[in-house]
Design a protein around this ligand. Structure first.
Ligand code: SF4
Ligand code: SF4
Length: 305
């Protein structure tokens, strides 16, 4: 199989109503260049298949340990243990688990196969003005696939949206741009040093790419999570507004309160949640941040989700 013609995805969500106009089908790509401490989709980060284990569903029957050729699973004394360093992500244990406690996250698709899969939803798109949204993870990390898939959509007059962290080569953005109807771009933290601590990169590439995109496109939806103590101090909001000011006619800013809904996923992947102890902000605090940015001239909308 041509590696540029396939991609690793971990979910296809139907009837999505927050990922662009109308009812949409959202495809989640696996693999992301960022490591945001607040990430609600940790299963999207690594560009390889991963095993997810839900302890609450497990019967401790030991079937998974019996079929694992790598010896990566032990079930003993009411304890279920996965040696993730030994796991080859073959998926045999998940196929044999009678309780659905194990899931292999990540499957390879071709543009044509994914297109056939999602177009079963076409009736909902046509009635609602919706379409397909590519999200992740970072779809542009698998840019050649995205270009080909989006081209197939464009050829059939299907509305397309791409949700991206913009930590991507400019060429990848340029290559897909002709086939994208709606850009949804994430913005995290104005301060570069704090951006690096909290996401792994300093945000320069992201800001430069947004600046470039706003130079040629309109109606770009920019999404920012509001995280207490991380990006909500007034000085940070003012710096964000100053950066967005030259493109304020081109972007609509959506401020979403930080939430902890993804926390249990870390446990299922055998990882620690990085923001233990962080609390979601109160709604009036979020609204006051929105108002501060509105007063600085930006178009700000409440979170759609
Ligand atoms: S995915 Fe394969 S290698 Fe990994 S624990 Fe399951 S059976 Fe073993
Ligand atoms: S096969 Fe499934 S139910 Fe049985 S021990 Fe393994 S994870 Fe638990």
């Amino acid at each position: 199989m041509n590696p540029t013609a396939s991609a690793l995805v971990f979910d296809v969500m139907r009837y999505a109503i927050h990922d662009g106009p109308g009812i949409r089908t959202t495809v989640f790509f696996k693999g992301c260049p960022l490591r945001c401490a607040w990430c609600a989709n940790p299963e999207s980060q690594k560009p390889v298949p991963e095993l997810s284990y839900t302890a609450g569903s497990c019967l401790l029957c030991g079937r998974c340990a019996e079929v694992c050729l790598q010896g990566a699973i032990t079930v003993k004394d009411d304890r279920h243990e996965i040696r993730r360093d030994l796991c080859q992500a073959c998926g045999t244990c998940a196929q044999n688990c009678p309780a659905g406690a194990l899931t292999l996250l990540g499957r390879t698709v071709t543009p044509e196969a994914l297109f056939d899969e999602v177009t079963a939803d076409r009736i909902f798109w046509d009635r609602s003005g919706g379409g397909v949204t590519l999200s992740g993870g970072e779809p542009l990390a698998q840019g050649a696939f995205c270009r080909e898939f989006l081209r197939l959509c464009r050829d059939r007059y299907i509305s397309t949206a791409v949700e991206t962290c913009l930590q991507a080569p400019r060429e990848a953005i340029e290559a897909v741009d002709p086939f994208v109807d709606h850009w949804i771009c994430d913005l995290k933290i104005a301060d570069g040093a704090r951006h690096k601590i909290m996401t792994g990169v300093d945000g320069t590439v992201i800001r430069n790419n947004l600046d470039w995109l706003a130079g040629k496109r309109e109606n770009i939806l920019v999404r920012m999570p509001l995280i207490p103590g991380v990006n909500d101090p007034p000085d940070d909001l003012d710096a964000l507004a100053a950066f967005l000011a030259p493109m304020q006619a081109k972007v609509v800013l959506e401020i979403m309160p930080y939430h902890r809904l993804g926390e249990s996923k870390y446990e299922r992947l055998g990882r620690d949640y990085p923001l233990k102890g962080f609390r979601p902000p109160a709604e009036d605090h979020v609204e006051s941040a929105r108002n501060r940015l509105r007063n600085l001239g930006l178009q700000v909308v409440p979170a759609a989700r």
